[in-house]
Design a protein around this ligand. Structure first.
Ligand code: NAD
Ligand code: 0WE
Length: 257
């Protein structure tokens, strides 16, 4: 593919396995010429992430639990050093306790409410702060992943919806703060994609069926579609686009019935 990202260097957070949205984005960017460092969380997935990252000749694979500020600053610094600078960051991280993605939102206890917001929303702020000095050198760009459940109620999305609402507002305020330095911050709002995490969610096949029936395009979304939109937002083609949400959902969010 033509090298839109030839000479560009980035950090990718959120690859767990080959089905991860972060991996689809990384592959797409690698195809277009990008060099990338990767973070992983937890020893269980380290070997998996190393194998994937090696396949795109990554110079750095490092551990980062986004709940730890020190991990975020170290991972960003290591990535910038290994790559000789940073042109973009892909943030594709979310977590809520499994028991909070079923039942009633009203029953979410405080500790698990803040866990979901910490991992899924505040992490973007921490990573952006660490990356700012590097991205300012390159007119760099940040992209994060969100979901319609952040603006409408989606049954069972619950505390993750509150986390996505926080993520989306944080994305806009980061776009304001970093805009004066030429840095752009945007989000892709993806329809249901069959990642491993998503497949563990009861009712996922039902949601896919609803999209196939009611979305204007009446077809499912795959990770490659999300990757193409993310690559656009990270590219110079989007040089005057910041603080926005790009929907990759077969048009589902536009429908009122
Ligand atoms: P995934 O499980 O492959 O990715 C989630 C990632 O978050 C994993 O790599 C996991 O290791 C990481 N993570 C969790 N807790 C972490 C922590 N404390 N520190 C660092 N990393 C941590 O699933 P995915 O579907 O590819 O999700 C990626 C993003 O896309 C998420 O933000 C998700 O909300 C969003 N999204 C997914 C869908 C979908 O249907 N799959 C739709 C819209 C948006
Ligand atoms: O953002 C997401 C899911 C993110 C996620 C997934 C898990 C599964 C495993 C966060 N935390 C966890 N925790 C786990 O233990 N999506 C947009 C996909 C998704 O999840 C749903 C959805 C959709 C869509 C949950 C309920 C209803 C709809």
């Amino acid at each position: 593919m033509a090298g839109r990202f030839e000479g560009k260097r980035g950090l990718v957070l959120g690859v767990a396995n080959k089905r991860s949205i972060a991996w689809a984005i990384a592959k797409r960017l690698a195809d277009e010429g990008a060099a990338m460092a990767f973070t992983f969380q937890g020893e269980r997935i380290e070997a998996n992430v190393r194998e994937l990252a090696d396949s795109v000749s990554s110079p750095l694979i490092t551990s980062c639990d986004v709940r730890e500020e020190a991990d975020c600053t170290r991972a960003v610094a290591e990535a910038a050093a290994a790559l000789g600078g940073l042109d973009f960051v892909v943030h594709s991280v979310a977590f809520a306790a499994a028991e909070d993605l079923e039942g009633r939102f009203i029953d979410t206890p405080s500790d698990r409410f803040w866990l979901a917001l910490d991992v899924s929303a505040y992490s973007l702020v921490a990573i952006a702060r660490a990356a700012e000095p590097h991205l300012a050198e390159t007119n760099g760009s940040i992209v994060t992943m969100t979901y319609l459940g952040g603006e409408r109620t989606v049954p069972h999305y619950n505390v993750m919806g509150v986390a996505k609402a926080t993520l989306e507002a944080s994305m806009r305020y980061l776009a304001w703060d970093l805009g004066s330095g030429g840095i752009r911050v945007n989000a892709v709002s993806a329809g249901p994609v069959r990642t491993l995490a998503a497949r563990s969610i009861a009712g996922f096949p039902t949601m896919e069926a609803i999209v196939n029936e009611r979305a204007p395009l009446r077809r499912p979304i795959d990770a490659g579609d999300v990757a193409a939109a993310s690559a656009f937002l990270l590219s110079d083609d989007a040089r005057n686009i910041t603080g926005t949400i790009l929907y990759v959902d077969s048009g589902y969010h536009t429908v009122g019935m």
